[in-house]
Design a protein. Structure first.
Length: 137
């Protein structure tokens, strides 16, 4: 039995997301063909890697979540200058003509003026975790 092909308009051309910092656990989720690779890192070194091929329905739910939080409008960089050390994150997604390229250091969309993630960014983290089938936080 062969694996069903996913629609080109569902699977992005580029998907690479990272969150974490040198002190503590970090996570990276990136696309390798149609397979999502989830890495858990300690001090930026991989300690665990898993692979998952999301279904078309999984991608559709993820795209809906991105729309709901307005992620396609995130521009960054989002920084909270009063906070030293902490969390770095980046998102690079290309789907058809749309591109999301944003990053932050202790600041989060939509405003970037807080060192704590707001509901929009938390929803993005949750949607990415669901898509990857593993933690992204």
């Amino acid at each position: 039995m062969t694996k069903p092909e996913l629609d080109d308009d569902v699977v992005p051309a580029v998907f690479d997301c990272f969150i974490g910092g040198y002190m503590g656990t970090s996570y990276r989720v990136h696309l390798d063909g149609e397979v999502l690779v989830h890495e858990t890192l300690e001090q930026y070194k991989p300690t665990n890697t898993s692979r998952r091929t999301p279904s078309a329905a999984d991608w559709t739910r993820f795209w809906a979540a991105l729309e709901q939080v307005g992620a396609w409008g995130w521009a960054g960089p989002y920084e909270c200058p009063g906070v030293m050390d902490g969390t770095n994150w980046s998102v690079h997604i290309v789907r058809g003509p749309r591109m999301l390229a944003a990053r932050g250091t202790n600041g989060y969309p939509p405003l970037g003026d807080s060192s704590e993630p707001g509901p929009e960014f938390k929803a993005f983290l949750k949607a990415t975790s669901k898509l990857a089938g593993a933690p992204f936080r």
